[in-house]
Design a protein around this ligand. Structure first.
Ligand code: GLY
Length: 574
């Protein structure tokens, strides 16, 4: 990925960057016009894995300036908002799970929330028919963004001033960076939607197709980031940026109001923690289903000899499929924002309950899912969320998953402000039994309500061994997220796999409804055939499921960081 540009241009970039950052520190210690993708690093001091090499490099740059893993997680997220507009964002939301060097574990919720004007039936027409176009595309699909509030909530655990953490993102937006082949493809596929869902055309719109190594410059986004640098969270939720968001809402009949923006708060929550064979697993609580689903799935296999069955054996795949089915059935019925709905977390994670749940498990046949009309996945290629994992030698480990929901969210860019708004409202159950874009159904627990946060599947996870960080992991992938984290952990903890194999080997997914097993290219055909004979249906094979970013601490205390090979993801360390 090298653009052939004269050396003087690079020098100019660095000089301009130095000048513009004299007051505000951090010139990016990397070259956005020449970079390569590293899939695996072994590091002594710190490591960052994310969906884009420049974002991972931004994280490492602030670590080298004396920051810790939280500083790096903030800088990486901000850089992703520039270099990975599919899912990196300031117009969406996310979750951070961290273990701090003092031994404390924390969970930050900066999930989007329903605007005050939102209501339960807002996507139903007069006949009561759900309109998923409106919940998935355009202004009405956006929840109140949470990312900027989340970054500032996280900053209290960081060491460096916020202005240093945001500077690499400002430089990347202002001066541009060269795009990868997959970014060019993805932007080209987006053109029709951009023209449809924007009245102020964003920089992503181009008459001639984007090509690998083209430079993407985002001046409006740079200005928005500068306002955040100068005014903190108020630089987003108030003043000029808020005004631009409200103007955008007006142009497209969206619901987000000035009061919604001003009232948005990130929430500190108690992490969802459970033990698995002596490991302590730390995950995200509601409004993410991720921590609880992982807990349910791990506990349903804990007393079975899955290691003895072997990786991708018929026995192991069938057992994990049935475990996934049962957990996701509970998700559809019971899970939602616990601030608005009494989610029976204790009952759902109780070991007797989970043992009972497996009583009708039969290793010889498929247990059919209960009858609710299965939904088709509307755009299965677009499960766009993004994960980053960071660790440092001080003992801080940070696992962050953020999202716009669909790839490029609502497809609406805030005019003059340069960032995509999410389409997270579709993660609510817009009508009981109507599948969302991931085919998942829900009911009362996840019904729309003003101020409520939509149920998520994001599963930023830490595994602690002897109370110290051992694994930092997570992935994008909509409802496939918890099953991919589950399988990555089983691959490491049970099948004793290398980190690379645990991430790269083909995965599979079952989510109760639709009642079918989704497999990834490379899944063993013999296992598929044997399962079909047992009564399982399979959906069309997928070219990739998830993009898992995993860091494992090796016995000597060094870090092995692996970026998924299903995309441009990159690991950096030193
Ligand atoms: N938007 C995907 C998730 O939060 O699960």
């Amino acid at each position: 990925m090298h653009k052939r540009i004269p050396a003087f241009v690079v020098v100019l970039f660095l000089l301009a960057a130095c000048k513009s950052t004299q007051k505000n520190a951090a010139t990016p210690a990397f070259d956005p016009y020449h970079y390569t993708i590293t899939k695996k690093v072994e590091a002594v001091n710190a490591a960052v894995v994310s969906a884009h090499p420049l974002a991972s490099k931004a994280g490492i740059a602030v670590l080298k300036m004396g920051g810790n893993a939280v500083d790096a997680a903030i800088a990486t997220q901000l850089a992703l908002a520039v270099v990975y507009p599919n899912a990196g964002n300031i117009g969406g939301g996310g979750f951070m799970v961290a273990r701090l060097s003092n031994g404390e574990t924390i969970a930050l919720d900066y999930r989007e929330m329903a605007p005050a004007a939102a209501h339960r039936d807002m996507y139903l027409d007069e006949k009561g028919t759900a309109n998923t176009q409106k919940s998935q595309l355009g202004h009405l699909s956006s929840g109140v963004p949470g990312t900027v509030a989340g970054l500032f909530a996280a900053h209290r655990y960081a060491k460096l001033p916020f202005e240093k953490l945001i500077q690499p993102a400002i430089e990347l937006a202002e001066k541009g960076f060269i795009i990868t082949a997959s970014e060019a493809r993805s932007l080209n596929n987006l053109q029709a939607d951009l023209k449809k869902y924007n009245s102020v055309m964003p920089v992503f719109v181009r008459e001639n197709p984007w090509k690998e190594n083209d430079t993407l410059v985002q001046k409006d986004l740079a200005n928005t980031l500068r306002r955040i640098r100068e005014k903190g969270a108020a630089g987003f939720y108030e003043g000029e940026t808020a005004r631009l968001i409200l103007e955008e809402m007006k142009r497209g009949n969206g619901l987000i109001s000035g009061q919604d923006l001003q009232q948005y708060k990130a929430k500190s929550r108690a992490p969802h923690v459970f033990d698995y064979k002596g490991y302590k697993i730390v995950g995200m609580p509601m409004p993410s289903s991720g921590g609880l689903l992982l807990n349910q799935m791990m506990k349903m296999i804990e007393n079975r000899d899955i290691a003895g069955m072997g990786f991708h054996s018929l026995g192991a795949v069938q057992l994990m499929t049935e475990v996934e089915r049962r957990a996701y059935a509970d998700r559809a019925e019971y899970m939602g924002d616990a601030d608005y709905y009494d989610v029976p977390v204790k009952m759902l994670s109780n070991e007797n309950y989970l043992r009972n749940r497996m009583k009708n498990y039969d290793p010889a046949i498929a247990t059919p899912s209960t009858v609710i009309k299965p939904g088709e996945l509307l755009r299965p290629e677009s499960e766009e969320t993004t994960h980053l994992s960071v660790i440092d030698k001080e003992g801080n480990a940070v696992s962050v998953t953020t999202t716009l929901n669909n790839s490029y969210g609502s497809r609406t860019v805030v005019g003059g402000a340069g960032f995509f708004l999410n389409d997270e409202m579709d993660d609510f159950s817009i009508k009981p039994g109507v599948p969302n874009m991931y085919g998942a159904v829900g009911g009362e627990a996840n019904a729309i309500k003003a101020g409520k946060r939509m149920l998520s599947s994001m599963t930023p996870t830490l595994v602690l061994k002897d109370n110290k960080p051992y694994i930092v992991v997570g992935t994008p992938g909509g409802t496939t997220i918890p099953t991919q984290v589950f399988q990555t952990l089983v691959n490491i903890l049970e099948f004793n796999m290398s980190t690379e194999d645990a991430v790269y080997k083909p995965k599979f997914h079952h989510q109760w409804l639709p009642d079918e097993v989704m497999t990834e290219k490379g899944f063993p055909p013999a296992v598929k055939e044997a399962m079909q004979k047992m009564g399982y249906s399979f959906s069309k094979e997928r070219s990739g499921i998830g993009r898992t970013e995993c860091i494992k601490v090796l016995p000597d205390g060094t870090f092995e960081a692996v970026a998924d090979n299903r995309g441009d993801d990159a690991a950096e360390g030193y």
